[in-house]
Design a protein around this ligand. Structure first.
Ligand SMILES: [Zn+2]
Length: 467
């Protein structure tokens, strides 16, 4: 966990808290010593922000890794506010936001601490400000003055997500360029996918001039520092099925970049293949460059290729077949390995061949994890079973370099933490989502429109067939 970037352990931290508050509650992380549920705390240490696991309150105090009781949120809240639930500044801000939002001619209602009855929860809530506009999603604004606890952040996020109401956290009195942003603010910014929303004097003046609520949005840069703030209105926000709205998703692209970078040289090479899929293609400069790139990422791959008859060629052929299968999983089949016009014909001819047979275990694993899993019940599954029935000794095993190579090319399928993070954001690419089968019928899980990257083709490397 110490080796993870802050955004990644932050996503895990949020997911652990959310799972514990979900119905029914679940535990994402447990102590290896006592099996008790744990969560992630963070401490500043020598200029760094370091995460560590801590037992939830009520955990086994005899566990050698127990670090002492953590404060119950209610007690911590009482300490923080000196018992008072709401400060005068908080109330004033709520009223100001409601007033600015109400000036918009599309605004139907902008109310402070108004009870919002539940539609999919047992109880309703009192959002700081509820904004209802014609032809736009309902928005609950919550103001974060000082520290709001992770448990509260989590509870509100889950609540409004179930209600289908956009939850907008507005931060106040912060210097976004400061290094020592408290953890609770970091949690909220991460939930907004690296966006921080503030109401400052400039935003207030602009709101009055434009007669609509204007906020200042700070976007988190790649190194974790915030860019200069920009003035935005509620119409600039994207509302996702998972989590609070955002101006720009500054988290997901970073998570998808690793697999994308590993695949790019192969995509270039595969797209440049000759129309007859000549074997000579695989010795072209583009394929040699792709292979060099992959060997640089996977220790032992070059040696495996050298020690295996036709090793380098077999890896290129495997990747051509795998990318073809994943283009089918993405929804638009493109064959990089042969002239056959559908994925079944491609696999049925390739699986028994001596070039692909050693990778039968890899192929099964890929087919099960990706959106082409609907091929397994049919003839492809039979060919695969026949190949696998040859038994041990015929296949490349999972400690050998080709497995590592496939895992590096497809972290969306083979890196469990990345998969978990992308699922949390509802951002797992279409091709990496197994289709769910119910009573023998195959159904594609709905991808939320807001989650669809503008250019899947460039983002994920399993492109449309041209024309
Ligand atoms: Zn323990």
């Amino acid at each position: 966990m110490l080796a993870l970037p802050e955004t990644e352990w932050g996503l895990l931290r949020s997911a652990i808290t959310d799972a514990r508050r979900a119905r029914p509650p679940a535990h994402v992380a447990r102590c290896l010593m006592c099996s008790g549920p744990v969560f992630i705390q963070a401490r500043a240490f020598r200029g760094l922000r370091l995460p560590y696991f801590a037992h939830f309150k009520g955990g086994d105090a005899t566990c050698p890794w127990h670090t002492g009781e953590t404060l119950h949120p209610d007690d911590a809240r009482a300490l923080q506010y000196g018992g008072a639930q709401e400060s005068a500044t908080h109330r004033m801000l709520c009223e100001q936001i409601a007033e600015l939002a109400a000036a918009d001619e599309r605004c139907v209602a902008a109310e402070v601490s108004k009870y919002l009855p539940p539609s999919d929860n047992e109880r309703g809530r009192y959002p700081d400000v509820l904004i209802v506009r014609r032809g736009a999603p309902k928005i609950a604004v919550e103001i974060q003055l000082s520290n709001t606890f992770q448990t509260e952040v989590s509870a509100r996020c889950l609540h409004y997500e179930r209600e289908g109401v956009g939850l907008l956290w507005v931060l106040y009195g912060l210097d976004m360029q400061a290094d020592d942003l408290p953890q609770s603010f970091r949690d909220v910014v991460l939930r907004h996918r690296g966006n921080a929303f503030l109401l400052d004097d400039e935003a207030v003046a602009e709101s009055l001039a434009r007669r609509t609520l204007v906020l200042k949005c700070y976007l988190r840069g790649p190194e974790g520092r915030f860019e200069a703030g920009r003035l935005i209105t509620l119409d600039n926000l994207t509302f996702s099925a998972r989590g609070p709205p955002y101006l720009e998703d500054r988290i997901t692209p970073g998570l998808l970049a690793r697999g994308e970078a590993a695949r790019t040289p192969w995509r270039t090479a595969l797209r440049g293949r000759s129309p007859d899929f000549s074997y000579a293609d695989l010795r072209s400069p583009a394929f040699l460059a792709a292979n060099d790139h992959l060997c640089g990422l996977v220790p032992g791959l070059r040696q495996w290729e050298a020690e295996t008859h036709q090793g380098q060629w077999m890896i290129a052929n495997l990747i051509a077949v795998v990318f073809s299968v994943l283009s089918h999983a993405y929804g638009t089949f493109r064959n990089y390995a042969s002239r056959q016009d559908n994925v079944q014909a491609l696999l049925n001819s390739k699986l028994p061949s001596e070039n692909l047979l050693p990778f039968a275990l890899i192929m099964r694993e890929i087919l099960q994890r990706c959106g082409a899993n609907d091929l397994l019940p049919g003839s492809v599954g039979q060919h695969l079973d026949r190949a696998l029935s040859l038994g041990d000794g015929n296949f490349v095993l999972d400690y050998e370099a080709p497995w590592a190579a496939i895992a590096v090319l497809l972290p969306e399928l083979f890196d469990p933490l990345l998969r978990f993070e992308l699922e949390t954001l509802d951002a797992l690419p279409t091709w990496a989502r197994p289709k769910t089968t119910t009573t023998g019928r195959t159904r594609v899980p709905p991808a939320h429109p807001a989650q669809r990257p503008q250019s899947l083709e460039e983002d994920h490397g399993f492109p449309h067939h041209p024309g």
